[in-house]
Design a protein around this ligand. Sequence first.
Ligand code: C5P
Length: 295
Amino acid sequence: MAAPLQSVTVLAPAKLNLSLDVVGLLPGGYHALDMVMQAVDLYEQVILRRSGRLTLRAPGSRVPLNEKNTAHKAALAFFHYTGLLAGADITLRKNTPVRAGMGGGSADAAAVLVGLNALYAARLSMSELCALGASIGADVPFALMGGTCRVQGLGDLLKPLPPCPDCWFTAVMPGYGISTPAAFAAYDRVGSPFHPDCAAQEAAIRAGDLAGLCAAAGNALETCAGGADTAALKQALLAQGARAALMTGSGAVVFGIFEAEGPARAAAGALQATGRQVYTLRPDRGGARVVRAGR
Ligand code: C5P
């Protein structure tokens, strides 16, 4: 029998919402959503080592490392569910902007679940991991599954789609973040004048039709989220040749969808010149996964 693993390194992709609609209000104040989510090649890297205690570090990041941290919640949920009397030393190398709508906190939780499952050879299935993930945050099941999915319910009903048509994304983080609960509270007050057609977007993805994907792109939280620069960033991306431009999640990141690398990089260059954090991204076909294991 092979010696037990001592450490694992997990990569968990950030995400963009190709569409986001609010379709109802659920008991408890949560919202029923309809979305198409896309994993992208910007990764949280999470290193987990066997330990008798649970420790969490995030060098260079200012995210709080207390019991509200999604990585901490994921570790507790894993040990509670499996009944393992163990811990882990967890290091988060965060690359995804926070309060951005790119699912960085959910990616961290997904990485911890996948990492502990491998480290302790617990053999939890994807559906068990997704159920644990849903108890931590609405976007964690998608962070586990990755690729391209139609996502409904609270974020827990996932339908994997074929990979989205080949494209490039230029994503811009404005000089502020947006709180998800605040964006949903604002939605409850003012609603949205716009609702994207997620079913049409799913059909376009199934047909490999990038123009159709772009025509159906949109975000019902965009106006109520109150991002001061959202409209201007969308205009700037469209002026640079984006086929569609929209906010992701509850913001604050705004991104453009481009057919080709050249215009995507040119747009990134132009927006970088304004001093903002800019990312040129490609679709990723997976979710959180172990990339290295040490015995
Ligand atoms: O589940 P998560 O912690 O990511 O959600 C953050 C907040 O976003 C929730 O506290 C809730 O206010 C809001 N939310 C919602 N409906 C959803 C997902 C999130 O109202 N389906």
